[in-house]
Design a binder for this molecule. Structure first.
Ligand SMILES: Nc1ncnc2c1ncn2[C@@H]1O[C@H](COP(=O)(O)OP(=O)(O)OP(=O)(O)O)[C@@H](O)[C@H]1O
Ligand SMILES: [Mg+2]
Length: 414
C-alpha cells in the first residue's frame, strides 16, 4: 500500500518502525555517540511530524463539528418555519424547479385535496386536476389571484402564487366561501329593499302625476287615491321600522351588553290576546290558554314584538271564520312555550326552512295585499337567538300552522 494511502495512526507507526530500524542499524554499525545522536534526531523529527499531523487533524475535527452545528441550526429553523406554516388557516404549497411539489401544509391538503406523502415530487398536472388552476400556474402571471372551487370541501378558494426565488414558487389558498356568501347576502338585501321601496313609491308617484295632470278630477276619486297613497306610505313606514328593528337586533347580537329583566309572560300573553281580538275585528274565533304563571328572563319589548308578529301572522293568513289559539304553558322538562295555532292556509314543507329569511314570503302578492314586508319572522328569529329560544314551526297546507317559541328551562323563572 503506498504511504499516501495510510491514515495518521498508521503513518506514526510506520515512522516509529523506521526510527527503530535506523537506531538498530546505527547502534550495530556506528560508535555509540553517533548512533544515539542520529536516533534522537530521527525521534525528534518523528515527534514534529506527529504534532503537525495532530494539529491538522484537530482543525479538521473542529471544522466538522462547527459545520454539523450550523446544519443542525438550519434544520431546526426550517422545522420551526414548517411548524408555523402548518398552523396557518391559509394553504401553502411549495413547488421547486420543474414544477414538482416539495412541501405543503395541512390547510393546503384540505383545500386542494393534496396528500403530501402521495404527491411529494410529483408535477403540477399530477397534483392538480383543475385545468384552470394548472393553466394559471403554468402561465406564470401571478399578478391577480384566481378563484377555484375546493375539490374536497366544495367551498370557494382564492388562490394566488408568488415566485420565491429562481428555483421555487409558492402557491397560497384562502377559503373565501363565507366572505362571498355575505357579499351575496348584502347584494340581495340591497336589491330587496330597493324593490320593496320602489313598488309603493311608483304607486304614489303615479297617483300624484294623475292628480296634477287633471284639474277636474272628481273629489271622491281624489280622496280614494289619497287613501291608497296613505296605505302605500304606511307600508314604506312599516318597512323602514322593521329594517331598523332588525339592524338594532343584529347590533345587539354582537355586543350582548344589555342585562335581561324578568318578563311577566302571562300578563304579556293576555294583552296580546286582546290585541288579536282587535286585529281580527270579529273575523276569527280567538282562544287564550294561559296555564302557568311562570316568567322568563329577557327583554320585554323584543319578546312582545316577536309574539305579536306570530299572532298577526295567524290572523293575516287565516281566512275569515278560522280559529286561533294563543297559549302559554310549561313542559315537563321545565321549558316554557308560547304558541299560536291557527286553522289558516298553512305552509308547504319546502317553504318552512326559508320563512325566517329576510323578505321571504310564500305568496308575495297575498302578503303585500295585507301590508306584509316579509321581515316579521326574520325579526322573530333574531329575538329567539337573543333569548336562547327555539322557534318551532309545524304546518300543513290547507289545515293550519302552529308557531312556538320555546324558552329554555334556565331562562324560565317562578
Ligand atoms: N301563520 C301563518 N300561516 C301561513 N303562512 C304564514 C304564517 N306565518 C307566516 N307565514 C308565511 O311566512 C311569510 C313570512 O312571514 P313574515 O311574518 O316574515 O312576513 P309577513 O307577515 O309577510 O310580513 P311582516 O313583515 O309584516 O310580518 C309570510 O309572507 C307567509 O307567507
Ligand atoms: Mg308577519
Amino acid at each position: 500500500m503506498p504511504a499516501k494511502d495510510l491514515n495518521a495512526k498508521q503513518r506514526c507507526l510506520l515512522g516509529l518502525t523506521l526510527v527503530a530500524i535506523l537506531a538498530t542499524v546505527m547502534f550495530l554499525s556506528s560508535p555509540l555517540i553517533v548512533a544515539m545522536g542520529v536516533t534522537l534526531a530521527a525521534l525528534a523529527l518523528l515527534v514534529v511530524y506527529i504534532v503537525f499531523n495532530l494539529s491538522v487533524h484537530w482543525v479538521d475535527v473542529a471544522e466538522a463539528i462547527d459545520y454539523r452545528q450550523t446544519q443542525n441550526r438550519y434544520t431546526a429553523r426550517i422545522d420551526r418555519y414548517r411548524l408555523s406554516l402548518s398552523a396557518l388557516p391559509e394553504g401553502v404549497v411549495l413547488f421547486r424547479q420543474g414544477n414538482t411539489l416539495e412541501w405543503c401544509n395541512p390547510a393546503a391538503e384540505r383545500h386542494l385535496g393534496i396528500k403530501l406523502t402521495e404527491h411529494l415530487g410529483k408535477g403540477l398536472r399530477e397534483v392538480f386536476s383543475n385545468e384552470a388552476l394548472v393553466s394559471y400556474l403554468e402561465a406564470g402571471d401571478f399578478a391577480k389571484p384566481i378563484e377555484v372551487t375546493s375539490k374536497l370541501t366544495g367551498g370557494i378558494l382564492s388562490l394566488s402564487a408568488v415566485v420565491a426565488d429562481q428555483t421555487h414558487f409558492i402557491v397560497t389558498t384562502r377559503d373565501v366561501t363565507e366572505q362571498r356568501r355575505i357579499e351575496q347576502m348584502r347584494k340581495d338585501f340591497v336589491a330587496n329593499v330597493s324593490h320593496e321601496l320602489r313598488t309603493p313609491l311608483t304607486v304614489i308617484r303615479g297617483f300624484l302625476d294623475m292628480i296634477l295632470a287633471d284639474d277636474n278630477i272628481d273629489p271622491k276619486i281624489i280622496r280614494e287615491q289619497l287613501e291608497l297613497m296613505q296605505a302605500e306610505a304606511s307600508r314604506m313606514h312599516n318597512l323602514v321600522n322593521d329594517l331598523l328593528s332588525l339592524s338594532r337586533l343584529e347590533n345587539k347580537d354582537d355586543t350582548k351588553n344589555d342585562l335581561p329583566e324578568v318578563v311577566n309572560m302571562s300578563k304579556l300573553v293576555a294583552a296580546l290576546a286582546e290585541d288579536a281580538v282587535m286585529l281580527s275585528n270579529g273575523r276569527h274565533t280567538i282562544n287564550t290558554d294561559i296555564t302557568t304563571q311562570k316568567a322568563v328572563m329577557g327583554f320585554v319589548d323584543e319578546i312582545k314584538s316577536a309574539c305579536l308578529n306570530l299572532v298577526s301572522n295567524a290572523i293575516r293568513y287565516t281566512p275569515e271564520g278560522g280559529k286561533i289559539d294563543i297559549s302559554w304553558r310549561v313542559n315537563d322538562d321545565g321549558s316554557a312555550v308560547f304558541s299560536v295555532a291557527d286553522t289558516g292556509i298553512g305552509i308547504a314543507p319546502q317553504d318552512i326552512p326559508r320563512l325566517t329569511e329576510r323578505f321571504y314570503r310564500v305568496d308575495k302578492s297575498r302578503s303585500r295585499d295585507t301590508g306584509g314586508t316579509g321581515l316579521g319572522l326574520a325579526i322573530v328569529k333574531h329575538v329567539a337567538i337573543r333569548h336562547q329560544c327555539q322557534l318551532k314551526i309545524d304546518s300543513e297546507p290547507g289545515k293550519g300552522s302552529t308557531f312556538s317559541l320555546i324558552f329554555a328551562p334556565e331562562n324560565v323563572i317562578d
